[in-house]
Ligand binder design. Structure first.
Ligand code: DGY
Length: 324
């Protein structure tokens, strides 16, 4: 029997996917699920045929300029790949794959959950109740912001943004605006009666809620800077389930502090797992620990998607989700 390919997972994956992988490959697991150091990532590259990282691993030029690299493929567990330096992977002739589609619905669900919870002050309400401070119903208690019928501005109009738009438009009667440098199909726009805005600033000025759905990376770093945050309507909300560094967190703290924005719902942060200390104390901000794709069903589907990319690669077929 031919020797099995060695596959290293940088973090623990759902048990059934690890078991499935172990039937096919010689799988190296990270027993205690700690974030791997540069040296550990380099060790894994040296001893594996495939390395399977996640968003919590920085696969940068330093890691990839290691002396010995046996790996030929990086099977990323996740759709976003801005934590992988693609110039450096090309120099090493490494194939890179991701896991699109399978996490679209769950991430869109979470964006809506953050939007609803921030607008209706759910975090604050729950904290008040748990602290025993609820004095009973009264007409002026915790008045919040209505969601139904409002305008949602989507920054980016890819798969996840369109799934958010469907929920917001068909579920909550919201008007949908979007800004995306790439024109979507007329069908995608018609499905949610979406209106394009050529400039981001125009979109920001018109929307009651702004939800970010652009990729991370150098080009979108601090896209939402102080200037653009101030372009948002007074009393609007910012929702981020994309990447943390798309928002200048210090500038966001400032617009929230001065009351220009009514609130925010955040799932991602500039320096995960560190969260800007002032955000942590702001009642009007909903903070989730990067949970976009975190349903059992979706995480299993993501793992299975990595597996089908690895299978294709090792059988000499093009991996279905190759990004580089
Ligand atoms: C991704 O897939 O890029 C998410 O951020 C983690 O699910």
């Amino acid at each position: 029997m031919s020797k099995k390919h060695v596959v290293t997972l940088t973090r623990r994956w759902p048990g059934e996917v690890e078991a499935h992988l172990a039937e096919l490959y010689d799988v190296h697991l990270n027993g205690d699920d700690h974030p791997l150091s540069v040296a550990e990532l380099q060790g894994a590259l040296a001893e594996s045929d495939a390395l399977c990282p996640t968003v919590s691993d920085r696969i940068d030029a330093e890691v990839l300029e290691t002396e010995s690299c046996r790996a030929r493929i990086l099977g990323n567990f996740g759709v976003g790949f801005n934590h992988i330096d693609l110039k450096a992977t090309r120099r090493r002739e490494l194939v890179v794959t991701n896991t699109p589609e399978v996490l679209t619905d769950c991430t869109a669900d979470l964006a809506m959950a953050l939007l609803l919870a921030a607008a209706r002050r759910l975090g604050e309400g729950e904290r008040c109740l748990r602290a025993g401070q609820w004095g009973g119903w009264r007409p002026t208690h915790m008045l919040a912001t209505r969601v139904s019928g409002k305008t949602l501005g989507l920054v980016g109009f890819g798969r996840i943004a369109r799934a958010v738009a469907r929920r917001a438009h068909h579920g909550f009667g919201m008007r949908i605006l979007f800004h995306d440098p790439q024109s979507p199909s007329p069908e995608a726009m018609a499905e949610v009666q979406a209106e394009a805005r050529d400039s981001l600033e125009t979109l920001l000025a018109e929307a009651d809620f702004v939800s970010l759905h652009c990729p991370g990376g150098k080009q979108t770093r601090h896209l939402m800077n102080a200037d653009r945050l101030n372009h948002m309507q007074r009393g609007a909300f910012l929702i981020n389930t994309a990447r943390g560094d798309v928002v200048d967190e210090a500038a966001l703290v400032e617009v929230l502090r001065k009351g220009h924005l009514a609130g925010a719902g955040l799932d991602v942060y500039e320096q995960e797992p560190r969260v800007h200390p002032e955000l942590v104390h702001m009642e009007q901000v909903l903070l989730a620990p990067h949970l976009g794709s975190a349903s059992r069903e979706t995480r299993v589907a993501m793992g299975m998607r990595v597996l089908s990319n690895l299978q294709a690669f090792f059988e000499g077929r093009p991996p279905p989700d190759r990004v580089a």
